[in-house]
Design a protein around this ligand. Structure first.
Ligand code: FES
Length: 174
């Protein structure tokens, strides 16, 4: 069986000149790009990527994470923490939607958080855009050390209950 597969692969390769395969790939990529463009789908130039992370260190209430190197969203599913960097600001959020606690999703091309349950939408800094929720995403206390950002998962700020604390819950990178 293995021999048959190898001999089939040999046949395919010998029957297909290298330049022909390269042309085929280029043509396929172009065709794919044209098809996506025709559908109005194109990778967003300013997309903010998502990464899955784990705390570098943690104790009962605090989780330490590497300082995000650039704009983007990082999610620690185990701790239910979202880190979002926008320019020099880094925010930490509870993973759950403030409406009915559904896990939020990051839509990197649109640069928004969206709730899969009732479609509430939030900006990268957690501010409410639209939907059934009645407040922005809940922020967690965050501080900066020499080497990390440290999130206190026991200190959660709700915009509607304590707007001043909610607004202060961020770090500004040097
Ligand atoms: S649970 Fe998120 S909008 Fe309702």
């Amino acid at each position: 069986m293995t021999e048959q597969r190898e001999s089939h692969a040999d046949t395919e390769c010998s029957a297909c000149p290298v330049s022909g395969r390269r042309d085929f790939l280029v043509d396929a990529l172009r065709a794919g790009g044209l098809a996506l463009a025709a559908l109005g789908i194109a990778p967003a130039a300013n997309a903010m990527p998502t990464r899955w992370i784990r705390a570098l260190a943690s104790n009962r209430t605090e989780k330490s994470y590497a300082v995000p190197a650039g704009d983007g969203v990082q999610i620690d599913r185990d701790a239910e923490v979202i880190l979002s960097r926008v320019g020099k600001q880094v925010y930490a959020f509870a993973l759950s939607c403030p409406h009915q606690n559904t896990a939020l999703r990051w839509e990197s091309d649109d640069r928004i958080f969206q709730c899969p349950k009732h479609k509430s939408r939030y900006r990268a800094d957690g501010t409410f855009i639209e939907g059934r929720a009645t407040r922005s995403m809940d922020r967690l206390a965050i501080r900066l050390t020499d080497t990390a950002v440290v999130v206190d998962v026991d200190k959660l700020f709700q915009e509607d209950l304590n707007k001043a604390e909610w607004q202060r819950a961020m770090v500004t990178l040097p």
